[in-house]
Design a protein around this ligand. Sequence first.
Ligand SMILES: C[S@@+](CC[C@H](N)C(=O)[O-])C[C@H]1O[C@@H](n2cnc3c(N)ncnc32)[C@H](O)[C@@H]1O
Length: 340
Amino acid sequence: MNASGLVVPRSQGEEVRQELVESGLFRPDLEILHEGDSLVLPIDAEASEVPPAWGTVVVRDFRPIPRRGVTRYRDLLPWTESEKEALPRSFDVVGDIVLVRLPNELRDRKGEVGAALLRFVPGARLVGLDLGVHGTERLRTVERIAGAGPWRTRHRENGLEFEVDVERAYFSPRLAREHARVAEAVRRGDRVYDLCCGVGPFAVTIARSAQASTITAVDSNEHAIDLLRATLKRAGLERRVRPVHAQLESFLATAEPVERVVMNLPHEGIKYLTSVARTVAPGGRLYYYEVVSRTEFVGRGSALVDLLTEVGAFSVTGVHVVHPYSPAADLVAFEFERSG
Ligand SMILES: C[S@@+](CC[C@H](N)C(=O)[O-])C[C@H]1O[C@@H](n2cnc3c(N)ncnc32)[C@H](O)[C@@H]1O
């Protein structure tokens, strides 16, 4: 059957497939095509929904993988094909909670969509209409559309279990690979700051490997810090992470330089970039996240390095797209090394 596919070099196939799965864009019901040194990954998306950095979108004739049962939640709805086209292809799963965004024209049918997702996602208890994150604490507004129970849950990621409250503290299930990637880079004896830590997925994932000598996790949201404490306690990692309930500004005023600094505050982080960079010791790394428009992607890393010259000598040691953020922008991960 004809469907969209993403052409990627074979060597990057598994990495990009994972990105697509996490973004809800991969089609598990179709076979991956092999074309010379490239793979064509079947996707449920238009070209404009895929960050160009991931590869080229084409149309190919894919072979369906025979499966029992329904492979897309939309197929549980007794709607016409054109009505189903308006449904979002992706949704998020946080613990036993499913979060879905709906276009305005489908809001009065939210109960039907919620019921379909509740049936479709194994182990789902509650389905929330995701009305977006707001304010400096990035709190999510959610409305229950199916199922029951509290917004608090436990989310499993990279073999760890996190205490999460979907309404009271920021958490995104789309950052799992980032949390693991940064944790893997930490070397024995490194001191680490996780700034704007939320419920602490970077800090806890780093703590598990026991490489870091100290890990300090800072957030202004008291609920986030309470959830982090609960996660650490359940995992037996309390002694490896120091949770700090504070405004970044006051923490930075007295912070000693350390070898690894993570700051994931994609919309407002730029306000703090230079003061955060001062806490990176020479030879240390800064992991910085930003929402970048696709037209500015090339060159954004060197523009940030120019900003950092007032602090010291930094160079870009890595840049990649974490996931699409909107039709014209992506969440981008930058890694800087300080040499002096
Ligand atoms: C996008 S969330 C990142 C959460 C976390 N790093 C993660 O990967 O899941 C940003 C966090 O920054 C916190 N925050 C925003 N402004 C802050 C400030 N001025 N000082 C301390 N924390 C702040 C918010 O409360 C929120 O938890």
